[in-house]
Design a protein around this ligand. Structure first.
Ligand code: ADP
Ligand code: ZN
Length: 744
């Protein structure tokens, strides 16, 4: 007779605690149940991780209550949380918090109940009613059932009238769960499968075979679906999901937050809103209200929604049994969580699929070096869609050498002659243009040409960005802001001719308005988007042709599909190229390819113009030729020489504190500990400690140590031990980032 629950508490204590299951809760507590327990004088929440018969502890207190009717965590998701804690070097309770959304963990959050009016069958003649009552009764009778509020709004009547009908036994008014549906206002028209082209056919056949046999317990290597933009990857996903559903299995689809547009969601809903495979499609992303998230999650837990589409954390959705995990745009860095647990959703997807016998499909037009390397080594199965659907041509890419355009006195060129003429031509033909610059604001820095003064952030080691519309200098790291000065602030200088160096989207917008005064121009970056509807509204206006030129940051680079866009211009391709990160070339290649993919998705062939100060850089040249494979070949060569991922794996340790000497000293101490602990790792390379590329952020100094090894899973366990053992000075913190994507 099991009477004891072992509980991991929400508050991080790195320890589990035993509680008695009181008789009145017997049978309600399972592994994965979310419970409230006494802890000292407090009451805290936790997750039941085991049920046991005996406890080493003598005096156990009873647990207080169980949240929700069923266990919130499936045993499989709980296991996954444990794996995350182990591999990503964090506490189990941190991992558990991440896999179970707060909307679900919170006790107060529940289903929303609303009053519904329902018509009752009338036996015999209708009692005598006033004209108004009869009218209302008629409406309810027609609808059979409707929310009370809706009835009141519709008819302008009072609840008093409705209560009178209730008293006469004609209707009932009762509370019912009313689901909050974030897509309630959308009209979804069903679609049916398209006829696949031979490459799509080949891909879906391979995935189908894997799905069919996985049901019998066979394990499958993940698939890497490398398909150029517009090659019909989404159609392959949809048909793979259909197959999984037909086999009685559910599916998770991960999409980067930024591509999780209503357009995307609709494509999935439309395919499965009717017919034999009909199911709800649950959506999980950060813009949902807490209540919506609660309801979407429970739809999955109850098995009513067999398909989940969502951003990073949707990988933890309690789909059971799980047949398929799709990770679209698998190269995207937003799949990595930048706070503990620092997991990478793509990698968790591969692990989860493997553990649950599900099939993983990673898709991209520009696969990450990691995934392509795995495909080359046979760890993943490569599926290729080399051409666009209907054999539309990939856009012609022209590269402009900005050094030749540079005219000293006028500052940095914004529009080359080629780009200006191309835009003019497209505008004349009533076609649309997308211009891209990966930096918001007006200018990157404020400089005094006389004394050399640069306005820097007082909290971070970066220059402040000038935002002209608000006349402010703004730090893009910590948000610090101050009014822009009208003269050099140096007391000895006071030069009124201060200059703004570097480009931001606001400055490009200004130039565009001057050069193309009659065009409708819209800027889209996080400064413009204040409310969640803005994004939709702007894209809607662009779609309906109210905007001629859309100018934006990486926000507009992804997945958008506008048939009338025939020209894409990249204002400065160099911005991502010269950051201190071994992935900068990869990132630039991906960005250029993705942005180019927005051109020519309709009948007219697309054109892309890339402006750059380093036009012969391989990342730019290979992107120009749409040549991923050769880019990969030369990039992997570089990674091999320097033993960078995917050849090895990285653990990045960052020490942070207000006092730089203390941080430096502690970093050196940690390094010594690592040196001796990792002596047995033959391939381990330890670099640093060294100041982080971003030395100071939000008032904290940062020093880093980088570990590179092929045996990172083993090293993670060691790191966890060392961190546990180390006693760091107060005011210095240590974070460990396994497989980091951000090295600054
Ligand atoms: P990707 O996801 O690779 O960028 P999509 O799946 O969005 O490409 O496909 C681009 C367009 O082509 C979509 O409008 C889609 O409906 C259409 N499409 C996909 N597959 C086919 C097909 N086999 N026949 C006709 N149209 C297709
Ligand atoms: Zn700052």
């Amino acid at each position: 007779m099991i009477m004891i629950a072992r509980v991991t508490l929400e508050i991080a204590l790195r320890k589990e605690f035993d509680y008695l299951i009181p008789p009145e809760l017997a049978g309600q507590v399972e592994v994965g149940s979310w419970v409230k327990v006494p802890f000292g004088a407090r009451q805290v929440f936790g997750c039941v991780t085991a049920l046991v018969e005996t406890s080493p502890c003598a005096k156990l207190r009873p647990l207080l209550r169980v949240v929700g009717r069923r266990s919130l965590m499936t045993p499989r998701v709980l296991e996954l949380a444990r794996w995350i804690a182990g591999y990503y070097c964090c506490h189990v309770e941190t991992a558990i918090k991440s896999v179970l959304p707060e909307a679900v963990r919170r006790e107060e959050e529940g289903w929303r109940e609303r009053l519904f009016v329902r018509a009752l069958p009338v036996s015999g003649p209708l009692p005598k009613l006033s004209k108004r009552q009869a009218e209302i009764h008629g409406i309810i009778g027609e609808r059979k059932e409707m929310p009370l509020q809706e009835l009141l709004r519709m008819t302008g009547t009072t609840s008093e009238t409705v209560r009178r009908l209730e008293a006469r036994g004609l209707v009932t008014v009762a509370a019912q769960v009313s689901e909050r549906d974030p897509y309630a206002h959308e009209v979804i028209l069903p679609t049916s499968p398209l006829v696949l082209n031979p490459e799509q056919r080949q891909a879906i056949d391979a995935i189908t075979r894997a799905l069919d046999t996985s049901r019998d317990g066979a394990r499958h290597a993940p698939f890497l679906l490398h398909g150029v933009t517009g090659s019909g990857k989404t159609e392959v996903y949809l048909q793979a999901i259909a197959r999984a559903l037909a086999l009685g299995l559910g599916a998770i689809v991960l999409v980067p937050e930024i591509s999780l547009t209503p357009q995307t969601v609709e494509r999935f809903k439309a395919r499965f809103c009717s017919g034999r495979l009909q199911t709800l499609v649950a959506v999980l992303h950060s813009h949902l209200s807490v209540g919506e998230r609660h309801d979407e999650w429970h739809k999955i837990r109850q098995g009513r929604a067999r398909i989940v589409i969502g951003a990073r954390s949707a990988i933890f959705a309690p789909v059971e049994p799980l047949g398929l995990i799709i990770v679209d745009e698998e190269h995207e860095h937003s799949y990595k969580q930048e706070e503990a647990p620092r997991y990478h959703a793509r990698d968790v997807a591969v692990v989860r699929a493997q553990r649950e016998g599900a099939v993983a499909v990673l898709g991209s037009a520009t696969p990450s070096l990691e995934s392509y390397y795995n495909a080359r080594r046979g760890k993943y199965v490569l599926l290729e869609l080399p051409s666009r659907v209907d054999n539309q041509k990939l856009p012609v890419v022209r590269v402009v050498d900005l050094c030749r355009e540079y005219r000293g006195d006028k500052g940095i060129p914004i529009l080359s002659n080629l780009l200006r003429e191309a835009v003019t031509r497209r505008l004349e033909r009533k076609e649309q243009v997308i211009l891209f610059l990966n930096r918001r604001g007006y200018a990157t820095s404020l400089q005094c040409p006389r004394c050399g003064y640069v306005a820097n952030c007082p909290n971070c080691s970066v220059a402040l960005t000038y935002h002209r519309s608000r006349q402010q200098l703004l730090c893009h790291i910590c948000g610090h802001q101050k009014p822009a000065p009208t003269a050099c602030p140096e007391a000895s200088c006071r030069n009124p001719a201060i200059r703004y160096a570097g480009l931001g989207t606001q400055r490009v917008e200004e130039t565009l308005r001057r050069v193309f005064p009659r065009a409708q121009i819209q800027r889209m970056d996080s400064d413009v988007l204040k409310r969640k509807e803005d994004y939709r509204r702007i894209l809607g206006d662009f779609r309906t042709g109210k905007i001629d030129i859309l100018l934006g940051t990486q926000m507009i680079a992804k997945g958008l599909h506008f048939p009338n866009v025939t020209l894409v211009g990249i204002i400065h391709a160099d911005l991502t190229l010269h950051v201190p990160d071994f992935r900068s070339a990869e990132r630039t290649f991906q960005l250029l390819t993705q942005v180019s993919g927005r051109a020519g998705r309709g009948d007219v062939e697309g054109e892309v113009i890339v402006q750059s100060f380093t036009p012969y850089h391989p990342a730019i040249q290979y992107a120009k030729r749409h040549d991923f494979v050769n880019f990969y070949e030369q990039e992997i060569e570089f990674r091999t020489q320097l033993k960078y991922p995917p050849i090895s794996r990285i653990a990045l340790l960052t020490l942070k504190g207000r006092n730089q000497d203390k941080v430096k000293f502690t970093a050196a101490h940690v390094k010594r500990e690592l040196d001796s602990a990792l002596a047995g790792f033959k391939d381990a390379v330890l670099a640093g400690p060294a100041p982080a590329p971003l030395l100071r952020a939000e008032t904290l100094y940062r020093h880093q140590i980088m570990l590179r090894t092929r045996q990172l899973a083993k090293a993670s366990a060691l790191l966890a031990e060392i961190i546990d053992r180390l006693s760091l000075p107060e005011e210095v913190t240590l974070t460990v980032d396994i497989d980091p994507v951000n090295l600054t």
